[in-house]
Design a protein around this ligand. Sequence first.
Ligand code: GUN
Ligand code: FE
Length: 454
Amino acid sequence: MMSPIQVFQGAVIFSKDSENLKILDNATLIVKNGRISAFYESPDQTPASAIPADAKISRLPWGEFVIPGFVDTHNHAPQWTMRGLGQSLHILDWLSEVTFPVEARFNDPDYASQIYGQAVDDFLRQGITTASYYSSRHADATKILANMCHEKGQRAFVGKCNMDRHAPAYIQEKSASLSLQETEECIQHIRGLPGCSSPDTALINPVVTPRFAISCTPELLQGLGDIVKRDSTLAIQTHFNEAQQEIDATKELFPQFGGSEADLYESFGLLSPRSILAHCTIMTDYEKDRVHALGCGIAHCPIANMTVGGGFMAAPVRDFLRRGIKVGLGTDSGGGWASGMLSVIRQAMIASNAREVMSEGKDKALTIDEVFYLATLGGAKVLCLVDKIGSFEVGKEFDAVWVRTTTGLESAMTPREAGDTLRAIFEKYIMTGDDRNVANVYVRGRRVAGTDNP
Ligand code: GUN
Ligand code: FE
């Protein structure tokens, strides 16, 4: 049972914005019923009366620190078992040769329960406290995934993948109307989970999930747009300008949009401030302008962009940030190979270095502070959860990772040394740490994973 009042005293690190990383050596965070009720930045600011007598107090030893939980803005849960496969294939070939046969297995609810249970555990133990999931196209499996997140305590968006054309018969949906009916069923199921009826307070929320325009008939896209029109609180997610092979096929299927995926999805009512657009690697200025004007967020998936997809694609993240477009990071699960955000953070730095070279110095590489921001507060903005999570502020919910850094071979992390600053220890963890450094993971103050034995 969670004590109603928890106090964390010690080092706390979080982003104030994309350029300002706050590193506090000895802060006090007071968490009441899962929410931060008081936050003192240093001991001299902490009144003795602030700590209730019945609070559960956790004092972090020197070298350990608390950070906001990682936010994974793009994750295909059924692809968790195929991470690492087909990494050199172009996107449409990768889908038909590797991905669709794997996702088809989720027709079996027992299989879905087994794999989704393991996948959610794995993402949680890596410190992913919030994920925006694509399930497979199966309604039962989608409900199982939502139940699993709810039970294990992971904050999530869960969407039934819509795909009624251009897929093999064994996985393609039978019709647009059936796909829409099952989508509505899944939305209702998720809203019916305990505590999830109101989007403002729900731990699990539904997300409308057209896989991408290639796999959806215009009738299906329109029907999904109509669902969103009837309920503007619904989030939407899709793949957007991911790779040349996909862009060419989309243009051929929808010639009336002249190659603009922004115009295409907008025409069906699928672009809003609640839209999460995955990849966005090949973006014209027009596409960037539209995404910005419509307030959509971008799920940057640097591992997938440089492995599957068809080439070496470094999304123009610096330009997105310059324009004020919301950006977060995504594991992509199967499209990438990682189940942890540390790998994604590192690849985001590498991709941004490539982008600096490709842009002849115009798009400067991202700093470690910026990529950490993308993995936490940036992702919270993309998912429209910034008033709840992504950083530490009074009133926000306590989604956090307690990082235990190491002095020897306990993890892959560069050992911490006595003279290290907290900043140096943080950098060592971000660039070389692993899940063994995750002592405790909290969502709304509830401990949901970790290597610690409390
Ligand atoms: N485009 C359509 N489906 C997918 C998918 O599952 N993964 C990626 N990376 N791109 C896609
Ligand atoms: Fe994807």
